[in-house]
Write a new protein. Structure first.
Length: 379
């Protein structure tokens, strides 16, 4: 029986399409969805028979988990893979939703994988590994919000087939098993999602795709963000000193730190864009061996907060301001001083005032370097 095909570009009510897709999945039927990379077939992971039928449509993944588990958000990944290493958490926060699939260990006893039917577990787990993905297409995301349980998906085809980038191509490969096909025209990227496997604090590319290795390496970097008020004194001094001290520990130049997998930045909760560091801050840094002459201030933004792995504020009030605006960053924000004492603002003071402030910041930065475990080559 041919599947029902709905052209999303011509529908008057996309919400009706969402409801139809959700109903079909809840009833244990297979539904084809567009993603930004290709067309995929999805099933409810709570429906054992559906996952078995979905597995029959899946292409050979050459040792990979045959089906991918689709998540609602990057934060949800820890429910399925509680032992996800820091590098996996960084990549999930920066790449999802998007064209990256990630293979992670699932051997934790508290993983939600163990609550799925046995048929579903066998379909999505291989060698103690789980493939996770959050495609960047609104239709699938809208359906996930309305479903009671997780969804698994497959990319039908033979091992060497290119991805199905149109609904017609997908139907030709898996049409007989589908109940519903949602057609949104050619996939935006029209190529496979990049699949990587996490191995400790590194990753390897299992299946090349939209996102290249160099970009993935950059996205996997540890990002440390320093925050003050105007981003012209304290936080840029902290940024500059942190970069200098990291370079000393890694045996490289400050401008090579990013190549070693560590990104350093600063911002202000009340800063404007493009302001210069104060003259005394520049001079204080020069005397301590750091260069602040090219600094340009920037305001704290949602994007910066989302990207940062560690956010270190100069005072407790700065931390409170960050959390008031971005409560989701709670576990990543701390006062620079491990003992939570404020770094006093040197604005308007003498050069000696700035030097005292810089020495205070340097001591706190050294302490933070130790807690972050920075001191080995991260290449």
């Amino acid at each position: 029986m041919a599947p029902l095909v709905i052209d999303l570009r011509r529908t008057d009510d996309p919400r009706d399409v969402v409801h139809r897709a959700v109903q079909a999945l809840a009833e244990g039927r297979l539904v084809a969805f567009p993603t930004e990379t290709d067309y995929v077939v999805a099933a409810s992971a709570r429906e054992a028979d559906a996952t078995v039928r979905l597995l029959q449509t899946a292409g050979d993944r050459d040792g990979e988990p045959p089906l991918a588990l689709v998540l609602r958000s990057a934060a949800e990944a820890l429910d399925w893979a509680p032992r996800m290493p820091p590098i996996a958490r960084r990549l999930s926060r920066r790449c999802w939703p998007g064209p990256v699939a990630m293979i992670v260990p699932d051997d934790h006893p508290e993983s939600l994988v163990h609550r799925l039917p046995a048929e579903a577990r066998c379909s999505i787990v291989s060698g103690g590994r789980l493939r996770l993905r959050i495609p960047g297409h609104a239709m699938l995301a809208d359906c996930l919000r309305m479903l009671a349980g997780p969804v698994v998906l497959a990319e039908p085809g033979r091992p060497n087939d290119p991805p199905a980038v149109t609904a017609a191509e997908l139907i030709s490969r898996a049409g007989s098993g589908l109940a519903l096909v949602i057609d949104d025209g050619p996939a935006r990227y029209a190529q496979a999602a990049s699949t990587i496997e996490i191995d400790g604090d590194s990753f390897r590319i299992v299946r090349p795709g939209v996102v290249g290795e160099e970009t993935l390496r950059r996205l996997s970097s540890l990002m440390v963000l320093f925050v003050c008020t105007g981003n012209t004194c304290r936080s840029p001094m902290a940024e500059s000193l942190f970069r200098l001290l990291v370079a000393e520990r890694l045996g490289c130049r400050p401008d090579e730190v990013e190549q070693r997998g560590i990104v350093v930045a600063s911002a202000g909760v009340a800063a404007w864009t493009g302001g210069h560091a104060s003259d005394n801050a520049v001079e204080a840094m020069a005397r301590m061996g750091a260069d602040l002459s090219g600094h340009e201030s920037q305001p704290l933004t949602e994007s910066l907060v989302q990207q940062a792995d560690v956010i270190l504020t100069m005072t407790a009030s700065h931390r409170a301001a960050v959390l008031a605006q971005f409560p989701e960053a709670g576990g990543r924000v701390a006062v620079l001083d491990p003992e939570r004492r404020d770094v006093v603002d040197p604005i308007g003071g003498t050069l000696e005032t700035y030097l005292d402030c810089a020495r205070q910041i340097r001591g706190h930065v050294v302490a933070r370097l130790d807690t972050l475990g920075i001191g080995v080559d991260r290449k």
